[in-house]
Design a protein around this ligand. Structure first.
Ligand code: BGC
Length: 798
């Protein structure tokens, strides 16, 4: 290690690059190293030279998008920008929702679509590309990815969020984050946590029990923190169990830093700050955007009159400055090749779109008969490809399906069909029906208008506009060869599902939407996307139908751990399309499931491998999914939970092996008695399939728990629990025998009506459900004797 003067005149610690020290605290100097960057500031020393006012100021924004500079100490101001799926960089005058002032940038597919790729490499590449753009545009932190769970299909921001499944969301977000951060650009993983609705998002309290938080609403953040070490986290607006996220010490310190090891800084969502002093104490570092100095002065005052320890402030400043200097000292040449990035946006979209229906092989369409193909619907000419609000990109270029078809020399015909404003227009409808009769194949480009879903409000229902439903029914009445291409950020009800032959879900596919759609429709790209969320038959079927979005003050997450397929599959309900579902122009077979062990302890891993063969005539990719089903009955659990996935590209006839490693977490549930993950001893089924409802291979593994038992005996522990546990069963064997006898079990003297009324099954059930304190009623036992035995059992258990 050497020490040298930095450009700004401070002494800097230089640590030679190595994998071990590539991300560590060293004498409280947070050291970031990449292949190019080794020069670091001694942050602690720098902070010691700042005035109290400068430190308080550093912990809130200079304006909407910048941190503050302290020129006398050489501390620069850096910019942060939305995010997540393209760069929304605004100038200094811009407000946070004015979209027109942002620079021209490339709009990549929204999270609702790109997650359907089930392809970590693709998401990493997207992250790298946006990271390059940030370098080119001098943006230090990208505000995203947005990884909140899709609790209800109605959440207005579902288009930005990734999945109803926390494992899938976490893995895809971690891949994206690794990509962005490989370019020395930070991300801000948002909105931490439980921002699952837009209604009253700035004040509502999400009422969620500990197990549900740990199993559903936190793991996507946890995966990004643990696997991709993001630079920043953005806390959510809402409260969790009555405490604003920005003031929630349990969330921001106990879970985020102590449990998961996060070492970056936490910023507020824009305007989320309530009590700045409490927030700082809880672990919130940066208030965004700016408070105009008001809350900075509150901090200064709080330190002066002893309500806030200055060290807490110092720590927050150190965290912020570490990321600021990481950026300024890690500058790389940017790359903002808009044409190339537009092509990548098309590639991501076409490898994510989900073919939901393809009856009688209506798709792919044939290019040499393109003039007999009719495109209907304004979205073919002016597609909806991104959502509204802070993620809205000012696009460089938009390619519609008509543009894309034309570019390929395909002379498809086109009529508008319906009015985007949702009014019934019989002239447009009649023209569409007339033209559809003449065509050989029809593709209707339908979907939700911008006004239906956006940041800021939730949908009221899952309906498509009525005039579009009417058009689809009218066209399919005269033309059986009809497919629908959907543009939407979240599931819709499809009253016309049985009348159409094909459905391509293109979600909000980014600015190259048309290229991707045409490539898939004409078979230039074989669709391989799988749904990252369930499409329910109707809104009333959704697990939180009765409680979403709550009464305006609280949102009770009473469905607990049962959301999405965890709910539908456990209840064996019919759905429109299941989680993980998507068709291809080829077929795949699954075979040769192998487990590296039949039995493991929870500190060991098991390797699961299997083969996939492309059994069709077209090259294509398959996203295979591995679910675990807990057969131990130690806790109430969903019928199955996704624990791994992987995508393979296969030529016709080709076979490849996939191999996944499962560890304790793959089997565990969050046990609130021990406040930790716990995999009970017993059998677990391994289910490998093409979707959550199409399991092709099944195996079983036994897991033995090495965790210290959380089982404790109290006066109310029932006898069945005592006899189930070998340790307590042995200690109580004679007592239980006596109790059974006293209770009449094994009494063969009973006859006639009494034996009919009191069966041995009944006696056993009553004994099983008897609390321990009741044994005194059936065998002689003193109060002290009872307490002594409880103490003895607990000693033996610990
Ligand atoms: C959104 C954030 C966004 C921020 C800045 C907020 O309203 O919730 O996701 O990053 O604005 O635009």
């Amino acid at each position: 290690m050497t020490v040298q003067q930095s450009a700004a005149g401070q002494q800097s610690t230089i640590i030679p690059f190595s994998v071990e020290n590539s991300r560590c605290f060293f004498h409280t100097c947070r050291t970031y190293l990449t292949a190019e960057v080794t020069v670091k500031h001694s942050i602690t020393e720098l902070v010691s030279r700042m005035t109290l006012e400068e430190k308080a100021g550093m912990c809130s924004g200079a304006d909407f998008w910048h941190t503050k500079a302290v020129e006398r100490l050489g501390i620069p101001s850096v910019m942060v920008s939305d995010g997540p799926y393209g760069l929304r960089k605004q100038d200094l005058q811009a407000d946070n929702i004015g979209v027109n002032e942002s620079i021209k940038a490339v709009c990549f597919p929204s999270g609702c679509l790109s997650t359907c790729s089930f392809d970590r490499d693709l998401l990493r590449l997207e992250g790298e590309t946006i990271g390059d753009e940030c370098q080119a545009e001098d943006v230090s932190v990208l505000l995203g990815p947005a990884v909140n769970m899709k609790r209800s299909p109605l959440c207005g921001r579902n288009f930005e969020y990734l999945s109803e499944d926390p494992y899938l969301a976490g893995q895809m977000a971690a891949a994206f984050t690794k990509g962005v951060e490989s370019k020395n650009i930070g991300v801000s993983v948002k909105h931490f946590a439980a921002n699952n609705q837009e209604y009253r998002r700035m004040s509502v309290s999400a009422e969620i029990d500990e197990r549900t938080l740990r199993e559903l609403y936190l793991p996507a953040f946890e995966a990004v923190v643990k696997e991709a070490t993001p630079d920043t986290i953005m806390c959510s607006y809402n409260m969790i169990n009555g405490v604003y996220s920005c003031e929630n010490k349990w969330l921001l310190t106990d879970v985020l830093r102590t449990d998961w090891g996060f070492d970056g800084y936490v910023m507020t969502d824009w305007g989320a700050m309530d009590d700045r002093i409490e927030a700082l104490k809880a672990g919130l570092d940066l208030e965004m955007p700016s408070s105009g100095g008001v809350t900075d002065r509150q901090l200064v005052q709080a330190v002066r009159d002893g309500r806030l320890d200055e060290k807490v402030l110092d720590t927050a400043v150190e965290r912020i400055l570490s990321i600021v200097f990481k950026f300024t000292e890690g500058r790389q040449p940017g790359d903002f090749n808009k044409e190339r990035h537009h092509e990548l946006a098309a590639r991501i979209a076409e490898n994510s779109m989900v073919l939901l229906k393809n009856e009688d092989h209506m798709l792919p369409l044939t290019e040499d008969r393109a003039e007999h193909i009719l495109f209907i619907g304004g979205f073919a000419a002016a597609p909806r490809f991104e959502g509204g609000g802070s993620s809205h990109i000012n696009c460089t270029k938009i390619t519609s399906a008509l543009d894309a078809a034309k570019a390929l020399g395909l002379n498809v015909r086109y009529v508008r069909g319906f009015d985007a404003e949702e009014t019934d227009d019989d002239t447009l409808l009649n023209e569409a029906v007339r033209e559809a009769q003449k065509a050989e194949r029809v593709v209707i480009f339908a979907g939700l208008p911008d006004s239906y879903e956006s940041e800021g409000y939730d949908r009221k229902n899952m309906n498509m506009p009525q005039n579009q439903n009417r058009l689809i029914q009218a066209v399919t009445a005269v033309q059986s060869q009809t497919a629908v291409v959907l543009h939407n950020g979240s599931p819709v009800e499809m009253p016309w599902i049985h009348s159409v032959k094909g459905i391509l879900e293109s979600y909000l596919a980014g600015e190259a939407v048309g290229t991707a759609q045409v490539n898939v429709l004409f078979g230039r790209t074989n669709p391989s996307g799988k749904l990252a969320e369930t499409f329910p038959l109707r809104l009333e079927d959704t697990p939180c139908y009765l409680t979403f979005p709550g009464d305006g003050h609280t949102a009770e997450y009473s469905e607990g751990i049962f959301t999405g397929y965890r709910y539908y599959d456990t209840k064996k309900m019919n759905v429109l399309f299941p989680f993980g579902f998507g068709l291809s122009y080829t077929t795949f077979s699954y075979s040769s499931l192998k487990l590296s062990a039949q039995s493991i302890t929870d500190s060991q891993t098991v390797r699961v491998s299997f083969s996939i063969t492309n059994t069709g005539a077209t090259a294509g990719a398959e996203a295979a999914q591995l679910y675990v089903s807990d057969r131990t009955h130690a806790a109430i659990r969903p019928e199955k939970e996704l624990k791994e996935f992987g995508k393979v590209f296969l030529a016709p006839g080709e076979t490849k092996e996939l191999s996944f490693t499962l560890d304790k977490r793959s089997f565990a549930w969050y046990n609130t008695a021990i406040h930790d993950w716990y995999a009970a001893t017993g059998f677990y089924d391994i289910l490998v399939g093409s979707s959550s409802r199409d399991i092709r291979l099944t195996g079983t593994v036994r897991v033995t728990s090495t965790a210290k038992s959380a089982f404790r005996i109290t006066r109310n522990t029932v006898l069945a629990e005592i006899t189930d546990n070998p340790i307590t069963a042995e200690l109580c064997a004679s007592l239980i025998k006596k109790t059974s006898a006293g209770f009449g079990a094994g009494d063969t003297q009973q006859s006639g009506t009494s034996s009919e009324a009191i069966s041995s099954e009944m006696i056993q059930a009553m004994l099983d459900n008897m609390p321990f304190h009741s044994v005194r009623s059936f065998c002689e036992m003193s109060e002290k004797g009872l307490d002594d035995l409880i103490t003895k059992m607990n000693k033996a258990l610990s």
